[in-house]
Design a protein around this ligand. Structure first.
Ligand code: NAP
Length: 277
């Protein structure tokens, strides 16, 4: 019998994870299947219990369950605890253990596209939502000391920094302050939703003062080239969209479930085919 994996969310039809994981199970001859489960908020507790008794081996968690799932699990990995959200659950015997691979997925993609050793770099994170939180704590965990956060609602950036116990010199900035200081950063990460859907063609900040040697990332993957990335490229920066983060959060989950590293290139092709890249 095939081992069962999946993703829970509401909605879940848009997720590319079933295609990414099922392709790798097949290519790597792993006897397993990954299924999307649409679970309403009010059914979350019973769904988790059901997955446990039915022998589900692991699953991803997406909106709106990333926080609500935490008290329903048996253990939470320390990084996921700091981030305050779980996107990957691994079955260990009779226990469900929660992890967060979103932030480390971003870090891996950054290391692959830019540089392995990030410790001495100076970062600006634009946005203070769930994705920013995962990225901020993951960058701290790999030793990046100087990370400023700017956000439309600056209090959220302050709260994020306050919740970090790390030895960091992070500052919370308004979007206008970040624009002024843009030239001080060696890498800049755009994590707001500005640039997708109804805000396509818009950028949350001006990059007029961007350092031409900076590395600039936008975690939006559809469209593949946001206005923010276009502005960064015009300033001479090296750029990266959100495909790498999406793929590597899946790679890390796959590794946790199977102990096997899947083919990154093949998984990337699933995503780029979807966005027409
Ligand atoms: P979220 O928790 O809702 O946070 C949204 C962020 O966008 C907040 O910082 C919010 O600022 C800001 N924002 C929204 N509207 C704005 C506006 N009009 N002007 C300025 N700032 C605005 O969302 P999330 O989960 O962090 O996701 C954010 C983005 O990341 C989405 O586009 C999502 O698709 C993408 N994402 C990509 C990946 C990947 O794997 N590549 C993974 C996760 C998320 P306020 O705090 O002021 O409201």
């Amino acid at each position: 019998m095939k081992k069962l994996y999946g993703i829970i969310g509401d909605p879940v039809h848009q997720s590319l994870s079933p295609q990414m994981h099922n392709q790798e199970f097949e290519k790597l001859r792993i006897h397993a299947y990954y299924h999307p489960f649409r679970i309403a908020k009010e059914d979350l507790a019973v769904a988790i219990k059901g997955m446990k008794v039915m022998g589900v081996q692991g699953f991803n968690v997406t909106v709106p369950h990333k926080l609500a799932v935490m008290p329903l699990l048996d253990e939470i990995d320390p990084l996921a605890q700091k981030i305050g959200a779980v996107n990957t659950v691994v079955r260990k015997g009779e226990k469900f253990v929660g992890y967060n691979t979103d932030g480390m997925g971003f870090v891996r993609a950054l290391q692959m596209d830019w540089k392995e050793d990030l410790a001495g770099e100076s970062a600006l994170v634009i946005g203070a939502g769930g994705a920013a939180q995962a990225i901020y704590f993951s960058l701290l965990s790999v030793g990046v000391k100087h990370i400023d956060i700017c956000n439309r609602t600056v209090e959220k950036a302050e709260a994020m920094i306050d919740s970090s116990s790390s030895d960091t010199s992070s500052r919370a900035l308004t979007l206008a302050e970040a624009e002024e200081e843009m030239g001080n950063y060696s890498f800049v990460i755009q994590t707001t939703s500005i640039g997708m859907a109804s805000t396509e063609g818009k950028s949350p900040v001006s990059l007029d003062r961007l350092n031409a040697g900076a590395f600039v990332s936008d975690i939006i993957y559809n469209p593949g080239q946001t206005e923010f990335l276009k502005q960064a490229a015009l300033k001479g920066a090296k750029t990266q969209n959100g495909v790498g983060m999406l793929v590597h959060q899946g790679v890390l989950a796959f590794e946790k479930w199977t102990g096997i590293t899947p083919d990154v290139q093949r998984m990337t092709e699933v995503v780029t085919a979807h966005i027409g890249g």
